[in-house]
Design a protein around this ligand. Structure first.
Ligand code: NAG
Ligand code: NAG
Ligand code: NAG
Ligand code: NAG
Ligand code: NAG
Ligand code: NAG
Length: 334
């Protein structure tokens, strides 16, 4: 960059760090999360045929999402067959489910264009496909943790034990009562607050498998994040989440600030706006600092140059950010 010599060397790394930190922290907290694996490179079948089958299967999932919150289907035969299923978290209205699955099918194709196995977790649903038949099979590898709220809880050990007990009780309910769609929510008091928790399994699992999936999810989330006031653990065949606000009852959820349902892309837009706004604030602050530092020497004519240089850096990171998978997630199996 032509003007980079005017930014003092010591300040450059800070500048970079501030932008990256702002962008990554926001990304870290927000779905969608992805896991794409395997690519066409070592694929045994006819990949064109696989992709055609995948298109058909995703279409059929999208259309079923207007009538059901869970569906699994397949098309084709090995080695070109596609197996796929989705699950909407049971608290959403069916129309929200439909929108979420529509978004999920687009996101998974965009993010995992050459994958033979992939999964995406959106705000209120998850969707998965594979070239192998995974229906009714438990797979607890590759669990992710999404931190909702980076704020730490006071007395984390006590919080951890209450959360653990709550999630364990919910797991028993979800796994034992199949007529409740392998889903359970619960509220427990903690100090002067309330913990709201949710667990759910995909309905192709047996009760035992659901139990194992959630037990592992509880272990993973409490290993990583017991200090956080809220977290979610998206797994291949189950999901859990807890918060200090009621995220599963739309009529009681706090307005505007917390955990509202994501209507396709709206929240992503909001996230970008937030990132840009924060970055701009940082630019103004840093810009003023740099300006003051250099003012004694020459300076005044540089002001506009610094601003345009920093605008370039921000453009660069924002556009990179939009084309890169989210970094910095906790993966206990990595
Ligand atoms: C792969 O499948 C496509 C679509 O069915 C077909 O047109 C193509 O000939 C197949 N390729 C091979 C190598 O079999
Ligand atoms: C659900 O998908 C199946 C194919 O797997 C299709 O036959 C059926 O019509 C779909 N149902 C709806 C309501 O779209
Ligand atoms: C859905 O999965 C179950 C196994 O859990 C399987 O028996 C059923 O055939 C699958 N449905 C479809 C449409 O493939
Ligand atoms: C997907 O595969 C095609 C053909 O093999 C290749 O040209 C393309 O770069 C791949 N895309 C990604 C994102 O790996
Ligand atoms: C579990 O899922 C991962 C990722 O999709 C896959 O690579 C692995 O082979 C699966 N393991 C089993 C035992 O199915
Ligand atoms: C099972 O779930 C159904 C539907 O949510 C509920 O009406 C019923 O009371 C539950 N049974 C038990 C034993 O919890």
């Amino acid at each position: 960059m032509i003007y980079s010599h005017i930014v003092p060397k010591v300040i450059r790394p800070f500048l970079l760090y501030v932008f990256l930190a702002l962008l990554c922290n926001l990304a870290y907290a927000e779905p969608p999360y992805y896991n794409c694996s395997d690519t066409s490179n070592n694929y045994a079948g006819n990949f064109t045929l696989f992709q055609n089958n995948l298109q058909d299967v995703l279409l059929s999932l999208s259309s079923n999402a207007s009538v059901s919150k869970f569906y699994n289907t397949s098309k084709g035969n090995d080695p070109d067959g596609v197996y796929s299923l989705y699950m909407c978290y049971d608290y959403v209205q069916i129309e929200t489910c439909r929108q979420c699955i529509t978004t999920a099918t687009q996101d998974i194709l965009n993010r995992c264009p050459n994958a033979t196995e992939a999964v995406v977790w959106e705000e209120v649903c998850q969707l998965r496909f594979s070239n192998k038949n995974f229906f009714g099979q438990l797979n607890v590898t590759g669990n992710y943790v999404g931190l909702d709220n980076m704020k730490n809880i006071p007395e984390p050990e006590q919080f951890k034990s209450v959360v653990k007990e709550t999630l364990t009780n919910l797991t028993k309910r979800a796994a034992s009562n199949l007529s409740a769609n392998m889903y359970a929510t619960g509220e427990v008091p903690f100090q002067d607050m309330t913990i709201y928790a949710l667990v759910q399994c995909t309905r192709d699992l047996s009760a035992d498998q659901c139990n194992s999936c959630l037990q592992r999810a509880i272990t993973d989330v409490l290993t990583c994040c017991y200090f956080s006031v809220g977290a979610r653990l998206p797994s291949l065949s189950c999901y859990l989440r807890y918060e200090l606000y009621n995220f599963y009852d739309a009529s009681e959820a706090p307005s505007s600030t917390n955990g509202q349902e994501r209507s396709s892309g709206g929240k992503t837009g909001m996230m970008v706006i937030l990132a840009v706004a924060s970055a701009c604030l940082a630019i103004v602050l840093l810009g003023s600092c740099i300006f003051c530092l250099m003012r004694r020497k020459k300076a005044k004519k540089w002001e506009s140059e610094i601003i345009s240089q920093e605008a370039n850096i921000v453009d660069h990171y924002i556009s990179n950010f939009q084309h890169t998978n989210f970094q910095g997630r906790y993966d206990p199996n990595a």
